[in-house]
Design a binder for this molecule. Structure first.
Ligand SMILES: Nc1ncnc2c1ncn2[C@@H]1O[C@H](COP(=O)(O)OP(=O)(O)OP(=O)(O)O)[C@@H](O)[C@H]1O
Ligand SMILES: [Mg+2]
Length: 240
């Protein structure tokens, strides 16, 4: 199926391996992964604990580098970039959402969302404008000056999603974004991702929840650092 991508993959991994070494022990967290994801795909990454899901997402998100093999993001080999160049790739192409939100508790919501744009050296007025746009997209335009600690879990995750969206990345990566939320709030967050998928974002979402995985278009299952299943679901199911 993936040769249909004809070189138009946003993500392309070739024999990608990640080994964590500390002292005498080394963990093979990813073992010769081969994977292509096309622009606009909506993918769930599942599998048992320790299978390599977070490691995979960190490499895809340019938060870490593979030990060997290659990672091409938008056709560019980013496997051996310096930390500074990886940071630039993140600013330009990637939004990352974590299970535990990773907001700065002492900063108002709007400032949390502006942070990536500060790193991008954008001026204050433009930053504000884009942060308000992103917060409107997650329907939190009425919480700009709140502190994250004054928000519910679902609202905190929506702030984190706004922060991930503020640089308008084509690739959105989420590592168990509903893991700390009750099922109703998790469903709200999922429908937000559905909306972003329909708006054209490429999304990879790690989840242990089979019903969340079933609402995407493709399920990749990782076990012991390898892809043991890669299933394309029917498009009709997603739009139903
Ligand atoms: N920074 C690290 N240093 C050493 N080993 C690590 C590190 N991060 C992960 N590992 C190991 O790599 C393997 C894969 O871990 P990873 O966090 O990718 O799994 P996961 O699929 O995300 O699991 P979970 O579902 O529990 O989040 C595990 O054996 C883990 O112990
Ligand atoms: Mg994990």
């Amino acid at each position: 199926m993936h040769n249909l991508l004809n070189g138009n993959a946003i993500i392309s991994l070739r024999d990608t391996t990640k080994v964590y070494s500390s002292g005498a022990t080394s963990v093979h967290a990813l073992q010769r992964i081969n994977l292509e994801v096309g622009r606009g795909e909506w993918v769930a990454v599942t599998g048992p604990s320790g299978g390599g899901k977070s490691t995979l997402l960190q490499i895809l998100g340019c938060l870490d580098r593979p030990t060997s093999g290659t990672y091409r993001l938008n056709q560019r080999d980013v496997s051996r970039l310096s930390n500074d160049d990886l940071a630039l790739m993140r600013l330009k192409h990637i939004g990352f959402v974590f299970q535990s939100f990773h907001l700065l508790p002492r900063l108002p919501v709007i400032d949390n969302v502006e942070l990536p744009l500060i790193y991008a050296n954008m001026g204050k007025a433009k930053r504000r404008e884009l942060a308000i746009q992103a917060l409107t997209r997650v329907r939190l335009e009425n919480r700009l000056d709140h502190n994250p600690l004054q928000l519910s879990g679902g609202e905190r995750q929506r702030v984190a999603i706004a922060r991930a969206l503020v640089n308008d990345p084509e690739l959105l990566l989420a590592d168990e974004p509903t893991g700390n939320l009750d099922s109703n709030t998790g469903a709200e967050i999922l429908s937000l991702f559905q909306e972003l998928h329909r708006a054209g974002k490429t999304i990879l979402l790690v989840t242990h929840d089979a019903s969340i995985a079933a609402s995407t278009q493709r399920i990749i299952r990782l076990k012991d650092g390898g892809i043991v299943e890669d299933t394309f679901l029917e498009r009709e199911k997603v739009l139903a």
